[in-house]
Design a protein around this ligand. Structure first.
Ligand code: ADP
Ligand code: MG
Length: 242
């Protein structure tokens, strides 16, 4: 049994059929890179896994259980499936440390001293423990995004979703965020990453998924995907971004 199974999922925004039957299975520890033209449904697709978006047809299983089962608590689900957005979405009125400890304190009811110890370990892991007392506005974009990663990890998720986490960053900050993601991948985290960072895809993806107009048009190992794309649209896309 795969860790995650999307079975023929469909979604409409009103009349607009945005996801037209996507089926994917992801094994524990696998890293999927999802790419494709803007508007093809990449964000919508990954957001379905923690129910930031609902679906109208199909099913999504996480560790053998439907995420739409009545018994599933959506807040609990969102702790198991962490997400990092393009815009970092940190709480501006909280310090870095408070951003990372907030959910463990409120949702998990972890003791403060324990939450802070874990938070400091995570901040160290993403290389910014010396910034713990600062406010988001005092950090660079790359540092803020690393706080966002630490914040998601503080809930000990089983899966991490990344939605173009480096797209809003100045070029010199992209690698510091990609390096954190690479470390996470190497440590065995199951990850679904929407990104056009093809160097990252080559290095750590187990599979690259190419979406177009609400469908998965093509998927392959990075080696196969980059050297031998099958569809004309994939070729055109790669030509544009590489
Ligand atoms: P991508 O991440 O690949 O750029 P999205 O998943 O964000 O694509 O969006 C896919 C399509 O769905 C786009 O045409 C977008 O305009 C549309 N869309 C996204 N969110 C909404 C929404 N909340 N309501 C209506 N249409 C939406
Ligand atoms: Mg998107």
């Amino acid at each position: 049994m795969a860790m995650i199974e999307f079975n023929d999922i469909h979604k409409w925004y009103g009349e607009f059929h945005v996801l037209k039957g996507i089926s994917e299975s992801v094994e524990k520890g696998e890293v999927l890179v999802i790419c494709g033209p803007s508007g093809s449904g990449k964000s919508t697709f990954i957001r379905c896994l923690n129910r930031l978006e609902d679906i109208q047809k199909g099913s999504i299983m996480l560790e053998g259980r439907s995420i739409h089962d009545k018994a599933v608590d959506v807040n609990e689900l969102r702790t198991e499936v962490g997400i990092v957005f393009q815009q970092f979405n940190l709480y501006p009125h909280l310090t870095v440390l408070q951003n990372v400890t907030l959910a463990p304190l409120k949702v998990r009811r972890v003791e403060r001293i324990k939450a802070e110890t874990v938070a400091m370990e995570l901040l160290e892991r993403v290389g910014i423990h010396d910034q713990a007392g600062k406010y988001p506005v005092e950090l660079s974009g790359g540092q803020q995004q690393r706080v966002a990663i630490a914040r998601a990890l503080a809930m000990r998720p089983k899966v991490m979703l990344f939605d173009e986490p480096t797209s809003a960053l100045d070029p010199e900050m992209i690698n510091e965020v990609l390096n954190c993601m690479k470390d996470l991948a190497r440590e065995g985290m199951t990850m679904l990453c929407v990104t056009h960072e093809m160097g990252f895809a080559r290095e750590v993806a187990d599979r690259v998924v190419f979406m177009d107009a609400g469908r998965v048009l093509e998927e392959a190992s990075p080696a196969e995907f980059f050297t031998n794309p099958k569809h004309e649209r994939t070729k055109a896309f790669l030509k544009e971004i590489l």
